[in-house]
Design a protein around this ligand. Sequence first.
Ligand code: MN
Length: 240
Amino acid sequence: MKNSFITLIIFISLSINSQAFSQNLVTDFSKIPTEFKYKDQVFYKLPYAYNALEPYIDKETVMFHYDKHHKAYFTKYLDAIEGKNITDIEDVLKNISKYSDAIRNNAGGYYNHILYWQIMLPEGSNIPLGKLANEINKKFGSFENMKKQISDAAITKFGSGWAWLSVNKNGDLFISTTSNQDNPLMDIISENGNPILGLDVWEHAYYLKYQNKRKDYIENFWKLVNWDEIGKKYENLIKK
Ligand code: MN
């Protein structure tokens, strides 16, 4: 009797372990996510593995954020523009007052998260150089000062939204926040411009690891920022 009880316990623990093992096989966090297509459109490909932003942003958060939240904005955006002969998402955003709330939320969500993934670097942050560095010093006094202003804007943003560093039509840098999935490209936003850095402060961006400590998430976000990429975006915009 005792032996069969032990056998049963061993059997149960083995099957629990094998379930956990197959769960891990479903998501290999060390791999770059595979290509995803919907309605013949290719979803933005994450340029690094789910675990590449560890320890600052954990692999589970990246998986849910990219595979669930971001992907859902993409598919819902394509559903919302079905039959509308739309090709350029930036065009849609710049004229968003003419479109439905479904297009506004999902075009914003799709676009904003691409910027967010693009401006992070698994190897950790570098520093602004060249023209961008000069402009930051001119406008904000110093790089540290600018980061503090963006952090303060992000920390105090009420509810779900984003903090931005953008370039306005005169080529000047400015810091702003928007609610939900709005962004500075949208014609309904008064502080209008092209965002070059987007910091997601929706709870889904940090809650698994940081819970209510948005400030800690923001402090760690700075350790991942790819200023080379932001500098390229800045130089392309001021050329126009
Ligand atoms: Mn998000």
